[in-house]
Design a binder for this molecule. Structure first.
Ligand code: LIP
Length: 260
């Protein structure tokens, strides 16, 4: 078993263990309080608790690796785990069962592994560079939708970009005949593109911990993403578009992102 095999097995087991902890906290609303890191930026004690579990387990198994976590930060090196302990925190805080644990492994600037575990459905979305993407072990494939008039597009939102940018983008999608939604978890939004549940996910600014696992899944499921890690996406975030090859040019033009 090589290093990546060992990391893949550990990542999947830890994502599931961490997700079950998040599920227990979500199911007992007296177990956490809701606070704000900023406008519309929720946090609960569960976020930190889950991240500490993930980092502790990974550090014990791979002490030479580095980390970048939404809640504890970090200095990612050549081999780095990029972690969102609870993506969809606003949903978690409001009692909406649409949230996940997202873990990605980046080596030499390439996303090698990704796991997105949705605790309330107990679905495990996963991918390994060059070996495809799976949902509970079964292969995932993006849709073949080619017409925007048949497409469902999820548009991620945060206050990191203007309301006008968001509404202008949504209007272009709607005027072109597409439908749009916003479900408040970028990781699940990209995982659903990989699973063929939606046709595209776009967000003008998203953080690396929210999207790296999902980016790998979309590419390994036969889809296309922009080059998120170009420039300084790992530390500064940036735009993310994940879709299928048939819609790529249409959607990229509507959301005004470089096709690369
Ligand atoms: C969320 C992101 C999502 C964004 C939400 C929020 P969090 O992350 O995954 O892409 O649209 O506003 O930032 O805060 O739930 O971990």
């Amino acid at each position: 078993m090589n290093d990546l095999d060992q990391r893949e097995l550990a990542m999947l087991a830890i994502a599931r263990e961490a997700g079950e902890l998040a599920r227990r906290r979500f199911s007992d609303r007296s177990s956490f309080t809701v606070k704000f890191k900023g406008p519309q930026d929720f946090i609960t004690e569960a976020d930190g608790e889950v991240e500490r579990l993930i980092v502790g387990r990974l550090n014990a198994a791979f002490p030479e690796d580095t980390y970048l976590g939404e809640e504890t930060g970090g200095k990612p090196g050549r081999r780095a785990w990029v972690i969102d302990p609870i993506d969809g925190t606003a949903n978690f805080a409001r009692g909406i069962a649409h949230f996940c644990v997202s873990i990605a492994f980046v080596e030499d600037g390439k996303i090698r592994l990704g796991a997105i575990y949705q605790p309330m459905s107990r679905e495990m979305f996963a991918a390994r560079e060059g070996r495809g993407a799976t949902l509970d072990g079964a292969p995932m494939k993006v849709t073949t939708t080619a017409q925007i008039g048949e497409a469902a597009v999820e548009l991620g939102w945060s206050k990191r970009r203007t309301a006008k940018d968001y509404t202008d983008t949504a209007l272009r999608i709607l005027d072109a005949g597409g439908s749009f939604r916003r479900c408040a978890s970028g990781a699940l939004g990209l995982a659903f593109v990989a699973a063929g549940r939606t046709d595209a996910y776009f967000e003008r600014h998203i953080n690396s911990w929210d999207c790296l696992a999902g980016i790998l899944m979309v590419n390994e499921a036969g889809g296309w993403t922009n080059d998120f890690l170009a420039g300084d996406g790992l530390l500064k975030g940036g735009p993310v578009l994940g879709t299928n090859a048939a819609l790529k040019d249409t959607i990229a033009k509507l959301v005004e992102v470089e096709r690369g």
